[in-house]
Write a protein that binds this ligand. Structure first.
Ligand SMILES: [Cu+2]
Length: 619
């Protein structure tokens, strides 16, 4: 549908030179198609603020259907949202002051999103259907259309007792009251709250059920960091797609579309705080951006361009998932990577810019994301249909006003965490988890996590061997699906080392509920999986530590990952080692991939944190 009339093959086929030109044009168009919506015409909306201390820590949030306009030129879309808005209100809490939220489920059907699996991965012109609006010949899935509004709310990054953590099966139906208590006994950080229902998180979040939550504390205020408008700006980044009417015009109806080759929904339009490609007027000053990637599946690699040239040096990263880093760091040289659910706390210096200056944020990450880099100098040419990135645009800043306010950036931010000591790690319980894709005929793959235990000679069945130099460790699978028995019982107060072994071709952002963790290592690996090595439960694989000669990833730990994280990217051909110590609550929690289509299709497992004195009574 994006082929302009003058490039039609029938007009030029009898002239070989013209045909060459035509082919070149087609190739060019495969990389870039004109957007059907004008970028940078809507102002960036700011979510309404709900400040817990102004309500004695007692909040009521209604969860309801609503209408939302994603772009000036789109009709209003039906959504499900907290307070009926996209995104939900920004909840602000103080460290140490508990917050109680009555999540009042007033949802009613019909479900506001059309879900479909397109019959073909590309359209008749060879354009991947995920780059296009509309259903691309797919039928609306009737089970999704029949959803009536069951939900459960998880506060991502919250140190929350298990009863209020939003266990995926503890769902509340419309009208069923849910009152959750959040102790807020945790570091200042950007958290977010979202739906977490078993099997349909991908639909409910896509429909709009997500909002930001900031924990504040005086330690941050002492650093003189911006708090609240206008200099602190929350940015919730998501990708969305819309339906077409019979005339091919965008209708505004939300579309969640997958295809026979890609089981994740990668939507073409980037939405920031609920607007497609918005623009923010900024003063010549230092701004604090609190950024969350709240997309279902898309990873963003954000670059800042002025006059087509990268200006990443304007950005200093001061915080990550669970709050401030020890010291400020530059963002990685090729851009700020944020997979689904990752957060960044950024200071951006606009103070030297004249009124009228413009800076544009672009995304250079291919989808599905596999860790591959993209040169920042080429960011303007990042559009690529094959990479399911038709429109790299994210956001534009436009400088207005004269008053220059440049804030000094503190050289030291916090001193309240360190890497665990070597002795603590040496005696730490070690756990190994393989990430695998179980391909199935005529239906989308299952992404699963195989929890591994060291095998004895007496154990039968297939083996996972991990070869590290002269040493081989053999494992057997002890759990594969969400419903399988719980095998992880971490003791409160004790460090554990978890190894996440990626045996798939994609990067998976793995999220642990409850306490944050620190990354220890990214080890490059090569591996072999025999034919039929991945069964419904079983796994046979030989994994060798060391780089595959064809592997182009650097497997480095970025400076901005050396903070307190709750979501970590595990790239292909890589083992990520994290150190986690649960310190807060006993109970049943989950860990999972935060690509929602993976989480919903089995890339999720339980763990139970235990008080040490109860361990002797565990069978
Ligand atoms: Cu995943």
């Amino acid at each position: 549908m994006f082929f302009p009339a003058e490039a039609s093959p029938s007009k030029q086929a009898d002239d070989p030179l013209a045909l060459d030109t035509f082919v070149c044009e087609v190739v060019a168009m495969m990389r870039m198609v004109p957007p059907p919506l004008a970028p940078f015409v809507d102002r960036l909306p700011l979510p309404s603020r709900l400040i817990a201390t102004e309500h004695d820590g007692q909040l009521t949030v209604r969860i309801r259907a609503g209408e939302h306009r994603f772009h000036r030129d789109l009709p209003a879309s039906s959504i499900w949202g907290f307070e009926g808005t996209v995104p939900g209100p920004l909840i602000e809490a103080e460290r140490g002051q508990p917050v109680t939220v009555e999540w009042r489920n007033e949802l009613e059907g019909p479900f506001p999103v059309s879900d479909t699996v397109a019959p073909q991965p590309t359209d008749a012109d060879g354009v991947p259907v995920q780059c296009l609006p509309g259903l691309s010949g797919g039928e609306p899935e009737r089970h999704t259309a029949g959803l009536t509004g069951h939900t459960v709310v998880h506060l991502h990054g919250g140190l929350t007792p298990a009863s209020y953590d939003g266990w995926a099966e503890n769902i509340f139906a419309p009208g069923q009251p849910a009152v959750f208590h959040y102790p807020m006994d945790q570091r200042a950080a950007l958290l977010w709250y979202h739906d977490h229902v078993m099997g349909i998180t991908k639909f409910d979040v896509y429909a709009g059920l997500a909002g930001l939550w900031i924990v504040r504390e005086d330690r941050e205020r002492d650093l003189g960091l911006p708090e609240g408008p206008p200099f602190e700006v929350p940015l919730l980044i998501q990708d969305r797609n819309f339906d077409l009417d019979e005339q091919g015009r965008l209708t505004g109806r939300l579309v969640h579309k997958t295809d026979p080759e890609v089981m994740e929904a990668f939507a073409p339009f980037t939405v920031v705080n609920g607007k497609v490609w918005p623009v923010l007027d900024v003063q010549p000053a230092t701004y604090r951006l609190r950024v969350l990637n709240g997309s279902n599946a898309r990873t963003y690699r954000l670059v800042l361009l002025g006059d087509g040239a990268p200006e990443l040096e304007r950005i200093t990263q001061i915080g990550t998932d669970h709050g401030l880093l020890r010291t400020p760091v530059p963002v990685p040289a090729d851009g700020l990577l944020l997979a689904s659910a990752e957060r960044a706390d950024l200071l951006v210096d606009f103070s030297d810019l004249a009124p009228g200056s413009e800076l544009t944020v672009l995304n250079t990450a291919a989808a599905p994301f596999d860790g591959s880099s993209f040169p920042v100098a080429d960011a303007e040419n990042a559009a690529d249909l094959e990479s399911l990135l038709p429109y790299p645009q994210v956001l534009r800043f436009r400088v207005v006003g004269e008053a220059k306010v440049r804030r000094p950036i503190p050289r030291e931010l916090v001193t309240d965490y360190e890497l665990p000591a070597a002795e603590a790690l040496a005696r730490a319980r070690r756990r190994a988890i393989a990430l695998v894709e179980h391909e199935r005929e005529d239906e989308p793959s299952m992404l699963t996590m195989r929890e591994l235990a060291v095998a004895t000679d007496a154990d039968g069945g297939p083996r996972v061997s991990v070869i590290d130099g002269g040493e081989t460790t053999r494992y057997r699978v002890v759990a594969a699906h969400f419903e399988d028995m719980t095998t992880f019982f971490p003791m409160l107060g004790e460090y554990e080392v978890w190894q996440l072994i990626n045996l798939t071709g994609d990067t998976h952002p793995i999220h642990l509920h409850l306490d944050p963790f620190q990354i220890l290592a990214r080890h490059p690996i090569r591996y072999e999986i025999p034919e039929d090595g991945i069964g419904d439960r079983g796994l046979a694989a030989t994994i060798t530590l060391g780089r595959d000669p064809d592997d182009e990833l650097d497997h480095a730990i970025d400076e901005n990952e050396r903070g307190l994280k709750d979501t970590i990217r595990v790239n292909p051909n890589e083992i990520v080692e994290i150190a986690v110590r649960f310190t807060t609550f006993s109970g049943r929690y989950m860990y999972h991939c935060h690509i929602l289509e993976h989480e919903d299709r089995d890339m999720m497992r339980p763990f139970v944190t235990m008080a040490p004195e109860l361990m002797p009574f565990m069978a």
